[in-house]
Design a protein around this ligand. Structure first.
Ligand SMILES: [Zn+2]
Length: 506
């Protein structure tokens, strides 16, 4: 009878249950792992062999033993070393060195040659899947214990070695480390809004963006403070909810990006990939599929500095995530998606040299190169960026002005209020912010009086707005009205929104 031990494979940001079966029969010696394993899984044989030997058990014999390990279902590709521990246990069961019933437990862990159980990636997703599939217990590597413990209503048992794991399964006690609450140290950011002189329009735009989850593009000459504004944006964003913390941690765990000792992401991510980043680095995927920068920014900010300098295909790759809030990765074995609910902030110069129309220095670019530069952001991408603002150079005398400016903490309070209004509004919908509204939700939640309707009609006719741009304008006005705690959208809300939408073109 083949033995069976349960484990799980990562599939996008989720996991799927895998059965690890082991069968031993008499015959010419062989040790095979079947069921779509990649090379790293196949290498498991040597690690499992040594770990079993060094834990005081008998490893697979070199003669007259045909060992087959089957990872089922076969259609799911198995990657990485997390199957070492379940494979070792399946072998020990099949060879009758262990007689145990493990059907309500799930196992994961890489084995070192000496039998130590090493941490693996994606633990949070795997434990969450185990809980949903009614497993009673998950046995995890000791280093992954804190992360696994974020999922409630399932028993988590950490093991340091294969020997310790077996000893525990036989009924002996195991020491469970105590989970201590991390002490929070609030650091004052160097990028507080109160340090940014002038730039009132940009600051107001960022406040609206943070309230309604809108995307922003900032255009201005080098040195006007665009990057500083983007970094300060993080200080006014609302706190991550517990649910969002777990969602974000899942992405980082699957991407193997949790730092040592880190088991829960508590701050909104701020990702700022360089414009030379490859397409895969941005979108995710690749041979060993992992989330890319777009998904690492999930629940946070994706900051693309010098946006037109990114490769054309990288810019276009943003279309789907900006629309669907997820990114689909297609592979030979099927497609899956990573979450990508983010606020996009981009910056760009007005032209390649940076000074076109700034009145500061003479622009040295040809009209042709200016057009080429601006054309890199295609219409569909520009349409998905809700706010387009100019960030001019700050005059020297304003820089030395020491009038006290509003602190980020204060701004954040009004943003949180606006978010609360949205939360209540969308209680029955599956969305949280105004920027996520569908056309039918816009119709339902954005009522315009007659005056506003006429105003909007004129604006869209004058500017030949696309349908998408038209609806973005209403969503933006909804957020501006929420910041004013106004139930209805009024003409002056629309008028303010127009300033951020319609950018002067050459
Ligand atoms: Zn120029």
């Amino acid at each position: 009878m083949p033995s069976k031990v349960f484990s799980a494979a990562l599939y996008g940001i989720d996991a799927k249950i895998i059965e690890v079966e082991s069968d031993i029969s008499h015959g010419l010696h062989s040790f095979n792992i079947v069921g779509l394993p990649d090379k790293s899984v196949d290498e498991s044989k040597d690690r499992v062999n040594s770990a079993i030997k060094n834990s005081g058990f008998t490893p697979p014999k070199k003669t007259n033993q045909k060992i087959t390990i089957n990872l089922a279902p076969a259609k799911i590709k198995k990657e990485g070393p997390a199957y070492d521990l379940p494979i070792a246990l399946a072998y020990l069961l099949a060879s009758k060195q262990l007689i145990l019933d493990l059907k309500d437990k799930l196992f994961l862990g890489e084995l070192a040659l000496n039998g130590k159980v090493r941490p693996v990636q994606g633990v949070l997703s795997i434990v969450s899947t185990a809980q949903k599939n009614n497993f009673k217990e998950v046995i995890v590597p000791l280093e992954n214990f804190k992360e696994a413990s974020l999922i409630k209503n399932i028993k988590i048992t950490p093991v340091g070695t294969l020997y310790e794991c077996i000893d525990y399964l036989k009924g002996n006690e195991i020491q469970i480390p105590k989970l201590k609450e991390k002490k929070k140290i609030e650091k004052i950011s160097d990028f507080d809004f109160c340090y940014i002189k002038s730039q009132d329009q940009a600051k107001q735009a960022l406040k609206i963006a943070a309230s309604g989850g809108h995307n922003v593009s900032m255009s201005g000459p080098p040195g006007s403070g665009k990057t500083m504004l983007a970094k300060a944006f993080m200080t006014i964003l609302p706190e991550l909810s517990k649910e969002e913390q777990i969602e974000t941690t899942k992405v980082y765990s699957v991407a193997d990006r949790l730092e040592e000792g880190e088991y829960l992401i508590e701050k909104r991510p701020f990702r700022s990939p360089h414009h030379s980043s490859s397409l895969v680095a941005l979108t995710g995927g690749g041979t060993h599929a992992k989330p890319g920068e777009i998904s690492l920014a999930h629940n946070g900010v994706l900051f693309l500095d010098e946006f037109p300098e990114f490769q054309k295909n990288a810019i276009e790759a943003l279309r789907q995530p900006l629309e669907d809030r997820k990114i689909t990765i297609s592979r030979a074995s099927g497609s899956f998606s990573y979450p990508a609910k983010l606020i996009l902030i981009t910056t760009q110069n007005p032209c390649p040299c940076g000074y076109y129309n700034t009145g500061q220095k003479e622009c040295t670019c040809s009209m042709h190169s200016i057009m080429q530069y601006q054309k890199k952001i295609s219409g569909p991408i520009a349409d998905r960026i809700d706010m387009q603002i100019e960030v001019p150079m700050v005059e020297h005398k304003k820089l030395s002005d020491d009038t006290e400016l509003e602190k980020s903490l204060n701004i954040k309070k009004s943003i949180q209020k606006a978010r609360k209004i949205q939360e209540n509004r969308f209680k029955k919908e599956k969305i949280y912010t105004n920027s996520e509204m569908s056309q039918s939700q816009i119709k339902k939640y954005c009522k315009l009086d007659e005056e506003s309707q006429i105003f909007l009609k004129n604006i869209s006719e004058q500017n030949n707005l696309s349908a998408r741009a038209y609806f973005k304008l209403i969503k933006l006005s909804r957020t501006i009205a929420d910041l004013e705690e106004s139930e209805n959208i009024k003409t002056h809300h629309l008028a303010e929104a127009v300033q951020y939408r319609i950018k002067s073109k050459i």
